[in-house]
Design a protein around this ligand. Sequence first.
Ligand SMILES: C[S@@+](CC[C@H](N)C(=O)[O-])C[C@H]1O[C@@H](n2cnc3c(N)ncnc32)[C@H](O)[C@@H]1O
Length: 242
Amino acid sequence: MIKVIGIGSGVVQNLTTEALEAIKSAEVIVGYRTYIDWIQPLIDKNSHIQKVITTGMTGEVKRCQAALEASRNGKNVVVISSGDSGIYGMAGLIYELSDVEDEISVIPGVTSSSIAAASLGAPLMHDFVSISLSDLMTPYDIIMKRVRLAAEGDFVICLYNPRSKGRPHHLEDALNTIKDIQGDGLVVGTVCDAGRLEACVTYSTLKEFNVQDVNMRTMVIIGNQNTHMHHGKMVTPRGYML
Ligand SMILES: C[S@@+](CC[C@H](N)C(=O)[O-])C[C@H]1O[C@@H](n2cnc3c(N)ncnc32)[C@H](O)[C@@H]1O
């Protein structure tokens, strides 16, 4: 049996009870090294765990294959993603690599856009979209097309994987695309390491936004035309008549 879990921000308070219980009953734990480090205290407390399988950043396929193999050998396996495993996480890959007889269950977690939104105020109160700016597996022109269409629809936009050394210009390109369509007054909130002690929050507008503040552990949320700052927090009105 494989449980594919999301560990939210990786701090214990951010784990769902269901995810916590999955870790407690696991015999094999599989995950990206950093995420395993985050939950190491829980692993140390669990005497059932016989094996921890970790690989680095690009080892996703190997990790999932190892997880499926352990499960086929009769082990209770837990595969870990940050946030929610079904949102840019491991759940899809596990299903894609699986055979019909593999027993898989996906346990939801708190995705980073929800955690970041809670730190910023209430920016996701109206229709929103999530777009990953990583072109490792998605062609760049498709990413930019989605950014353009989201801006044309005046959606609140959550940008996952906004910036890394390998793609320093994607965020700038995306923001310029949004600016061309929406103007430069939209409110932008960022949260790095959301839900963790080291979290950092910024508020600005598209005009003032500094892409240098963003790294690959940042969630960027761009408001819609109605999003505004209210008592220091980013709020998108739902539309109540006040
Ligand atoms: C491969 S995606 C994983 C998303 C994850 N499955 C989720 O549901 O949040 C990685 C991206 O998620 C965002 N992210 C993950 N954890 C974060 C956190 N604690 N704070 C802010 N952004 C985070 C960043 O944009 C990062 O580049």
